[in-house]
Design a protein around this ligand. Structure first.
Ligand SMILES: [Zn+2]
Length: 262
C-alpha cells in the first residue's frame, strides 16, 4: 500500500492525521508510520508533489491499524496552527481533492460513471466529458471609515465574534463588482477605493478567499438581507471578539490594527 511519496496524508470526514511528538514540531506522518487494515475500502487516493510530496488517502478513522500515542486526528482547520505551513497546505489540498472526487462520481451531462483521467481530472466513461476540481471564489473586505473598521456578525456564526463582510462571486461579475455588491446588499453602504489585499485557499470545502480593503463613501448601516444580524464601525481600542488565525479576515484586521494597510 505504501508509495514512494515522502508523506502520507490521511483524511477522514474533515479531519487529518498528524504526527505529534513531545519536543518535536507536529508534521504529516511518513508512509512507514502508517498501517491501514487491508480489507477496509479506500474512498479516494491522490498523489502530488507540491507543496510537499505526498500520497493522500480518504478513509474511515477506524481503518487505521494502530493509532500510536504520537498520532492524532485533528480538524483540518485546527491543523493549520499545529503543522508547518507547507504540511497544512498539502492537507488542505488533499481534503479539497477528496471532496471533489466524492462529489463527482457521475457525469453531470449523461449520468454515466466518471473515471480518473489524470491526477487532477476525470473523464466520463460514456460521453468523454472532462472535468477538473472546482473552486468557489469568494471576496472578503475590510471597509474603513476614518480610524474605524466595519465588523459584522452573521446569523450563521457559531461564535459571538465579529468578522468582515464576505460573499461568493456571482457569475458574470468582476471581483470589484462583487465587493461593492456584497457590501451594499449586506449593509446598505456605498464604498469606494477598493484595493486588493491578498488571497487564501479556504478548503471548507473548496473556496478561494480574495481579500480587499475599501473606504466608506455614504449610507447608513442596515442589515437588510438577513445574513447579518449586527455590526458597525469599531475603533482599534474598542474591538469585539474577532476571528482567529489562520483566516485572511484576521490577517486583514491585524494589518489594519498595525496601520499596515495601504
Ligand atoms: Zn457523460
Amino acid at each position: 500500500m505504501d508509495s514512494e511519496a515522502q508523506y502520507k496524508i490521511l483524511v477522514s470526514k474533515g479531519k487529518v492525521l498528524i504526527h505529534t511528538c513531545q519536543g518535536e514540531s507536529s508534521r504529516l506522518p511518513y508512509p512507514n508510520e502508517i498501517s491501514i487494515q487491508p480489507e477496509m475500502p479506500i474512498d479516494g487516493r491522490f498523489t502530488f508533489g507540491h507543496p510537499v510530496d505526498a500520497e493522500a488517502i480518504s478513509m474511515d478513522e477506524e481503518s487505521l491499524v494502530e493509532t500510536t500515542s504520537s498520532q492524532k486526528w485533528v480538524d483540518l482547520r485546527a491543523s493549520a496552527s499545529l503543522l508547518p505551513s507547507s504540511h497544512y497546505s498539502a492537507a488542505a489540498k488533499a481534503s479539497e481533492l477528496i471532496f471533489w472526487d466524492s462529489t463527482t462520481r457521475y457525469c453531470p451531462v449523461c449520468g454515466a460513471e466518471m473515471t480518473r483521467h489524470t491526477e487532477i481530472s476525470k473523464r466520463c466513461t460514456k460521453c468523454e466529458r472532462e472535468i477538473w476540481p472546482t473552486l468557489s471564489p469568494a471576496i472578503i473586505v475590510l471597509v474603513r471609515r476614518g480610524e474605524k473598521a466595519l465588523l459584522v456578525h452573521g446569523r450563521t456564526f457559531s461564535k459571538p465574534l465579529y468578522a468582515l463582510v464576505a460573499g461568493f462571486v456571482e457569475t458574470g461579475e468582476s471581483l470589484e463588482e462583487c465587493v461593492r455588491r456584497e457590501v451594499k446588499e449586506e449593509t446598505s453602504l456605498e464604498i469606494g477605493n477598493i484595493s486588493y489585499f491578498g488571497s487564501q485557499s479556504w478548503p471548507f470545502p473548496s473556496q478561494l478567499m480574495i481579500g480587499f480593503t475599501a473606504d466608506y463613501v455614504s449610507g447608513e448601516i442596515r442589515f437588510a438581507d438577513g445574513e447579518l444580524t449586527s455590526g458597525g464601525f469599531f475603533s482599534r481600542d474598542d474591538l469585539p471578539q474577532i476571528p482567529g488565525p489562520p483566516s485572511i479576515a484576521r490577517q486583514m484586521i491585524d494589518a489594519w490594527l498595525e496601520g499596515n494597510l495601504s
